[in-house]
Structures are given as structure tokens and as C-alpha cells.
Design a protein around this ligand. Structure first.
Ligand SMILES: Nc1ncnc2c1ncn2[C@@H]1O[C@H](COP(=O)(O)OP(=O)(O)OP(=O)(O)O)[C@@H](O)[C@H]1O
Length: 348
């Protein structure tokens, strides 16, 4: 990310080149007989400058995906297949899964940073905001002077809308919203190309959540980075993302532009999610929720994992897994559902 780069909006985000390409990524927890598959052949592309929303109920694999692509997955999680390719601004794409520990240390924070669930509670209580911000910079840019680091910390705080006179504050002297903004400032400290936000604001009230997200989207336009924004609350994604990918049972079941998902969800699960959260804008939808509960990884239903809860399930759904495929003329939408899969006409 560079502050002098061309604005993200110079080309429509949907045609922007990829910055991260995930291909057939699979993750298991455990090995051998006791292993459960948490990600199945996930294909996903993050484009330069876009906000990609990742939605799905608890346990659908969103965090596993974030941990796997940053190589932060810890045992018993194991990447069992697929690839993750990072496209730097200059030079050849890099295979993230083949990076050495040393390469990974440089990759994380500088190229990709992640704000974890409940991150605002992970600030060190005994250090000031100034120390925590300058420590991140010092660890990765040891050649910078102390004065430069403090100056950068001031700049970062004002970027996220916190008055610079809070530099000397300790975490307990800040509100939850401010602590979360400090975490976002830390994630932006080394100007990464990609910022992954895993449920970054769920502990905050709705007004604060939206305020922080609005700021993040504005920063993205100013600083030209890409965002993967993970939440189970699809109404937030509709408002703040360019594209949305919806996960169920460790697979992506639909991906499309945010407004397309909102206007015309094609997977019955996407439709169910949209009827599970109050819309922040536009016409009201009846909140019907989704009957039943997410699948247990140890006993995944055969066929489409959603079929036991699906109001539209029909013949092939309990037997065969539908593959994620483009739908109709909309090249930017893909759906994994027998309702939209032409192959079903040829099935027994
Ligand atoms: N350490 C682990 N050992 C075994 N299974 C795990 C482990 N971590 C996660 N899982 C399982 O992997 C699946 C995906 O979990 P993950 O946390 O990625 O989902 P998620 O969509 O991010 O959910 P949430 O919104 O609750 O964070 C879940 O069924 C979870 O139980």
C-alpha cells in the first residue's frame, strides 16, 4: 500500500487485478481417522482495492480460511491441499504456502495484516498506545529513528479518528471503540496491501460498528489496500463490501457483488442469511431466520450440506455436492446449488 498510489476507485473494483488468489484450499483439524474437514476446496479471489465480505454462521470456516491464508493456523489445523498466491505490486506472484518462516515474518504485517476477533482486548494493558504502535514499526523497520516512529504513530492515530493526545493513554483509559481503532491503526502501521478483519467489531454496539467500518472503507479509498471483512452479520457486509462470499459447512456456496446478493440471492442459504439480520437500509425484510442448526463437521450430511435445512431441496441435493459455478450471463456470480446448476438436467 502506498499513500501516493492511484486511488482505488480509478478502475471499477470488479475488474481490478487480483492481489490474493486462493485455489482449492482445504483444511483439516486433526489427522488420520479423527480428522474433520473444515475447509473444502475453497476458491476465492481478492482483487486489488476491494472490500470482500465473508459471511456465514458460526462454524462455517471463515476464521479457518483467514488463519490458513496467513499461515497462522495452529495445530491441530492442517492445510491439506490447494494454493494461496499473493500478487505483489511489482514482480511475480508469490506462493504463500511455500514461504519460509523468515519470508512469512516479512509477509505478515507488511503485506497482509489481520485484526482478530476480540482484538481490542489484546492490547497490552501495561503499555501506552504510543509504545504499542511504535513497537510494531520498530520490529519491522528497525532502521527508522525513534522520532520517525512516534511521528508515524501520531499519523496512524489520526487516520483512525483518534485525537493524537491519546498517544500516552493506556488501553484501560480508552473506550472499546477506541481500542478497536488502535488495533486497526496497528494493522495499517506498515502499509499492508491486504487487511483481514475477523469479526472486528462484534463486541461493539451497532452505531460504533458502523462508524468504524465507514472509516475503514474511507481509508481503503485513501490508501488503496484490499480488505477481507469477516462477519456473520450479512447486513453489515451488504453496506460495506464490494463483493460477498457466503460460506456454509466449509465451502463457499455463493459469491457475487454485494448489491446482487442483496437484490437477488441465488443460494437458499444466502436468502436465509438475509432474512436473519435486520437490513440497515432499504425495504424491510421479514426476519424468518434459518430453521435448524449448522452442520457438525464430524457428521456432515451427504450431498449439499445445507439440504436438511433447505426449503427448496429436491432430488439431487441429498446425494451430490453441487460445485461452485458461474450462473447465467453474470460472470461475477457463482453459486453452488442444484437449483442453478445446469448439470442436474443430465443427472439420474
Ligand atoms: N482447533 C480446532 N480443533 C478442531 N476443530 C476446530 C478447531 N478450530 C475450529 N474448528 C472447527 O472448524 C470449523 C470452522 O471453524 P471456524 O472458527 O473457522 O468458523 P467460523 O465461521 O469462523 O465461526 P465463528 O464465526 O464462530 O468464528 C468449526 O466447526 C470448528 O468447530
Amino acid at each position: 500500500m502506498s499513500t501516493s498510489a492511484t486511488p482505488a476507485v480509478a478502475t471499477p473494483v470488479t475488474t481490478a487485478p487480483p492481489v490474493l488468489e486462493i485455489g482449492s484450499l482445504s483444511v483439516d483439524y486433526g489427522v488420520g481417522e479423527g480428522a474433520v474437514r473444515a475447509l473444502h476446496d475453497v476458491d476465492l479471489t481478492l482483487r486489488r482495492g476491494e472490500v470482500l465480505g465473508l459471511a456465514g454462521e458460526s462454524g462455517s470456516g471463515k476464521s479457518t480460511l483467514a488463519y490458513a491464508v496467513t499461515r497462522l493456523l495452529s495445530p491441530p489445523g492442517v492445510i491439506t491441499g490447494g494454493d494461496v498466491r499473493y500478487h505483489p505490486r511489482e514482480g511475480e506472484p508469490v506462493d504463500v504456502l511455500a514461504m519460509t518462516p523468515r519470508e512469512l515474518r516479512a509477509f505478515r504485517w507488511q503485506e497482509i495484516s489481520i485484526v482478530f476477533q476480540g482484538a481490542m482486548n489484546s492490547l497490552n494493558p501495561v503499555h501506552t498506545v504510543r509504545t504499542q504502535l511504535t513497537d510494531v514499526i520498530a520490529a519491522h523497520r528497525p532502521q527508522t529513528s525513534r522520532a520517525e516512529r512516534v511521528e508515524r504513530a501520531r499519523e496512524l492515530l489520526s487516520l483512525v479518528g483518534i485525537s493524537v493526545d491519546r498517544l500516552g493513554a493506556y488501553p484501560h483509559q480508552l473506550s472499546g471503540g477506541m481500542r478497536q481503532r488502535v488495533m486497526i491503526a496497528m494493522a495499517l502501521a506498515l502499509e499492508p496491501e491486504i487487511v483481514i478483519m475477523d469479526e472486528p467489531t462484534t463486541a461493539l454496539d451497532v452505531v460504533m460498528q458502523r462508524q468504524i467500518l465507514r472509516q475503514l472503507v474511507r481509508l481503503r479509498e485513501e490508501l488503496d489496500f484490499s480488505v477481507v471483512f469477516i462477519t456473520h452479520d450479512i447486513s453489515l457486509l451488504i453496506e460495506f463490501s464490494d463483493r460477498i462470499a457466503i460460506m456454509y459447512g466449509g465451502r463457499i456456496v455463493e459469491q457475487a457483488g454485494a448489491s446482487e446478493i442483496y437484490r437477488d440471492p441465488r443460494h437458499p442459504y444466502s436468502d436465509g442469511l438475509l432474512h436473519s439480520f435486520p437490513a440497515l437500509r432499504g425495504p424491510r425484510r421479514e426476519l424468518t431466520g434459518i430453521p435448524g442448526s449448522p452442520p457438525d463437521l464430524r457428521a456432515m450430511p451427504p450431498g449439499c450440506a445445507f439440504h436438511p435445512r433447505c426449503p427448496k431441496a429436491f432430488d439431487p441435493c441429498d446425494r451430490q455436492v453441487p460445485r461452485l459455478a458461474p450462473v447465467g450471463a453474470d460472470t461475477d456470480r457463482s453459486v453452488a446449488c442444484w437449483l442453478t446448476d445446469d448439470r442436474r438436467s443430465g443427472e439420474a
